[in-house]
Design a protein around this ligand. Structure first.
Ligand SMILES: Cc1ncc(COP(=O)(O)O)c(C=O)c1O
Length: 401
């Protein structure tokens, strides 16, 4: 009996969630694993946000809302765009979803015909390509190597267009590399896109608040306003307010696209959780100290991780500008052997060895569309990071030619 559709067979389970699940099983067996594979803040959701959700429930906000989300939250999101990004959207141009991930799904489901192409610069967040595939699209992956700062160049973008191109994706700050596009770089890409009037742009800005160094975050639409009518800006409360489990994301964009997303939502999940919407409203309208404090902590951790990685022979690192990931190049260790004689020929094998021998969970670069790298999340305590990096150093040192 056939159960799975070809569509589902064509995708894989999220590799970062898979490795994280293995790490959790090892911990449950009593192994002292430190998990640096996770892509979620280790902080608790701020108390005033939890309190707002509780009060909302007591006040009876426990029912379906409009598919697009409550008017109050959509207005708060529009206010956020004005306040923080200098962008003008009306509440009708906002769609609320069960996480940014679901909005990505809605965007592609609402717009792609079978065989339509989506340009995805690599390294990219693991889910992009599979969400495109699930919706009948074809991911067109463009390699953006470290020598070009892991960034898409205007020349590469120009060369990637075909008759079937529907979307171009940007993710800044980027998961997994941490790079941030400058205003000038975005504007140069915008110039190219301006010449392709039938192409939509999706700018995933979920790590907006986590800028680690001197490169400031800029929204793609802020950098190139001429493309506002063709751009969907994707964001959410998961990373900014430590709210991953609440499942609440938002998108802003042209009216026709947002209307299509809402129509789709009305026939899929119906609406995002009313309680999470009340919590997100408090997050966006309440004090923003948490965002500042969390970013300061990520900065301190980032410095610790960068220093430690720079001290490990054979690893090289493009220092991340944002998000909470480091993405060192581990190519020098590929082709080496473990003390037991086992050959480590890929980054995936190295990640497995680091987990089994070093008891540190990381994610391989190949999961993000580029070989020869590992991604380390620093969404864990500095004490954990100190120990984990020591283990990584020692485990790598045990490999030989
Ligand atoms: C680049 C990027 N976009 C989107 C998401 C999804 O966030 P959400 O929790 O809002 O679905 C993630 C989560 O890891 C991410 O790394």
């Amino acid at each position: 009996m056939k159960i799975q559709s070809e569509r589902v067979k064509s995708i894989q389970s999220s590799p970062s969630l898979t490795i994280s699940a293995i790490a959790k099983e090892m911990v449950a067996r009593g192994e002292p694993v430190i998990d640096l594979s996770i892509g979620e803040p280790d902080f608790n959701t701020p108390a005033h946000i939890i309190e707002a959700a509780y009060q909302a429930m007591l006040a009876g906000q426990t029912r379906y809302t409009a598919p697009a989300g409550t008017e109050a939250l959509r207005q708060a999101v529009a206010d956020k765009f004005r306040r923080e990004n200098d962008l003008d959207y009306s509440a009708q141009q906002i769609s609320i979803g069960n996480g940014a991930k679901q909005l990505l799904f809605n965007a592609f489901a609402a717009t792609l015909e079978q065989g339509d192409e989506v340009i995805i610069p690599a390294p990219y967040w693991v889910s992009y390509a599979d969400i495109v595939r699930l919706n009948g699209g074809v991911p067109v992956v463009i390699n953006c190597p470290e020598q070009q700062g892991f960034k898409l160049t205007p020349q590469q973008l120009q060369a990637a267009f075909t008759e079937r191109t529907r979307w171009v994706m940007f993710n800044s700050p980027c998961n997994p590399t941490g790079m941030i596009y400058t205003r000038e770089e975005f504007a140069a890409l915008g110039e190219v896109l301006l010449r392709h009037p039938d192409v939509l742009i999706l700018s995933d800005e979920i790590y907006e608040h986590i800028a680690l160094g001197n490169t400031p975050f800029v929204s793609f639409v802020q950098a190139y306003p001429a493309l506002k009518e063709r751009t969907m800006v994707l964001n959410g409360v998961s990373k900014a307010y430590a709210m991953t489990g609440w499942r609440l994301g938002y998108a802003a964009g042209p009216q026709e696209l947002i209307t299509a997303l809402n129509k789709l939502q009305s026939q899929s999940t119906g609406c995002p959780s009313a309680i999470s919407q009340a919590a997100a409203l408090a997050a966006l309208q309440g004090p923003q100290d948490f965002v500042r404090e969390a970013t300061a902590e990520y900065r301190a951790r980032g410095e610790l991780v960068v220093r430690a990685l720079q001290g490990i022979r054979g690893l090289t690192l493009a220092v991340p500008d944002g998000a909470f990931y480091a993405f060192p190049n581990c190519a020098a260790y590929l082709g080496k052997r473990t003390p037991q004689g086992q050959l480590i020929s890929t980054d995936t094998e190295l990640v497995r060895y680091l987990l089994e021998e070093g008891k540190v969970a990381t994610v391989s670069g190949s999961a993000f569309g580029i070989d020869g790298y590992i991604r380390l999340s620093f969404a864990t305590s500095r004490a954990n990071l100190e120990v984990a990096l020591g283990r990584i150093r020692d485990t790598l040192a045990s490999l030989s030619q």
